[in-house]
Design a protein around this ligand. Structure first.
Ligand code: ZN
Ligand code: ZN
Ligand code: ZN
Length: 361
């Protein structure tokens, strides 16, 4: 399955958020099961004998398709949004569009990693999103995760706001996609660690998550990260509490696999004769499911350095402004193990995510 999205009519390359083809102007809908764009007519298209419609949130730039029998005409991604700004709050709804785009990217990645996605509307504690704005009524929105529900502040999609926060908190990287990857880590920690042995191994690496979270917050915001933190953690925030260390490390696992997957889809590789630094070309993989963690991290070491150089060539900060030290490698190895232990097939994922489909099959 190629993840290089192309126009079905003219084969022009398409970014994942396109509603129309910039080359031939065809109306497009994205079919997440086959990871392909389809041309649509009168808001619909027939795929494998079934009619798919454009998502009812298309006016807010959702380009995913939705099957004729899905509830409320909302696509799989939009269905997972439990709360969103009111219909008359157009300022907040504009911010919702870019946040939803990041969320669709996240869901595609979770899908291709074979992770289970069970919605909050299917099962209590299932995955859901409250996408609300602190600008709506001036009330603070706490970014976080609780019992499957991820809350994001849409105001963070405003560049000046997010960047000001990034600088104030001394973070090298802050994006909406990064927030989503971090918060979904809290969700999957509960989903994937199902037995005592897994929790023991987790506590060994990240510490005991049963220590007081309130105390940890106070400590972190009063004294900051401990001296020498970078020898054991991927970020300062990860030092706050074992829950946060897990979520931060998880986010990096998704940053790394997601970026390498895109590099692979584009066909980027590093030529050994040019880089002159090791004996074989560096060839990013679309999936590292059957590769050892060392392969993933070695490929990333080379590729992230290359991406950083490209960013610097344009005067940007590094694409990946982090250092992966040995202690963090061990934590990432744990992520690799729990993610690749029992990946679900697409059919299994669909049965979980949309049980009404499975009943008909
Ligand atoms: Zn086209
Ligand atoms: Zn949608
Ligand atoms: Zn967190």
């Amino acid at each position: 399955m190629s993840s290089q999205p192309r126009c079905p009519h003219c084969r022009h390359f398409l970014y994942l958020d396109r509603l129309t083809c910039p080359n031939c102007e065809a109306e497009l809908g994205y079919h997440m099961l086959s990871r392909q764009f389809y041309g649509i007519r009168n808001n619909q298209v027939v795929i494998d004998g079934r009619t798919w419609y454009t998502c009812s949130n298309r006016e807010w730039e959702c380009n995913w398709l939705v099957r004729d029998d899905a509830p409320a005409g909302r696509c799989f991604s939009c269905r997972l949004t439990r709360r969103r700004p009111a219909a008359n709050d157009t300022v907040a709804l504009e911010k919702l569009a870019s946040t939803e785009e990041a969320k669709r990217r996240l869901l595609l990645q979770l899908g291709s990693l074979g992770l289970p996605i069970v919605g909050w509307d299917i099962k209590p504690g299932g995955l859901g999103f409250d996408l609300i704005s602190s600008l709506t009524d001036g009330k603070r929105v706490m970014i976080g995760h609780a019992n499957g529900i991820i809350t994001l502040d849409l105001a963070e999609s405003l560049d000046d706001r997010r960047e000001a926060l990034r600088v104030r908190l001394g973070e090298p990287y802050r994006t909406i996609l990064g927030h989503l990857r971090h918060e979904v880590g809290h969700y999957y920690q509960g989903v994937l660690l199902t037995d005592d042995a897994a929790w023991d191994e987790c506590r060994e690496l990240f510490g005991d998550e049963r220590v007081s979270y309130q105390d940890a917050i106070k400590q972190h915001y009063t004294f900051g990260a401990p001296e020498g933190w970078h020898k054991s953690f991927i970020s300062e925030y990860a030092t706050m509490h074992p829950w946060e260390d897990f979520a931060e490390t998880w986010a990096h696992y998704l940053h790394i696999t997601g970026t390498l997957q895109t590099a692979a889809a584009i066909g980027i590789r590093l030529d050994a004769t040019v880089t002159n630094l090791r004996d074989a070309d560096v060839v990013p993989q679309e999936s590292y499911e059957s590769e050892p963690i060392q392969q993933l991290l070695t490929d990333w070491e080379w590729m992230s350095q290359a991406f950083n150089r490209i960013n610097r060539a344009m005067g940007f900060r590094d694409l990946y402004p982090f250092e992966i030290v040995p202690a963090v490698r061990k934590k990432l190895a744990f992520m690799h193990e729990i993610v690749t232990r029992a990946p679900l097939t697409l059919e299994e994922q669909i049965a979980m995510a949309a049980p009404w489909d499975a009943e008909q099959a």
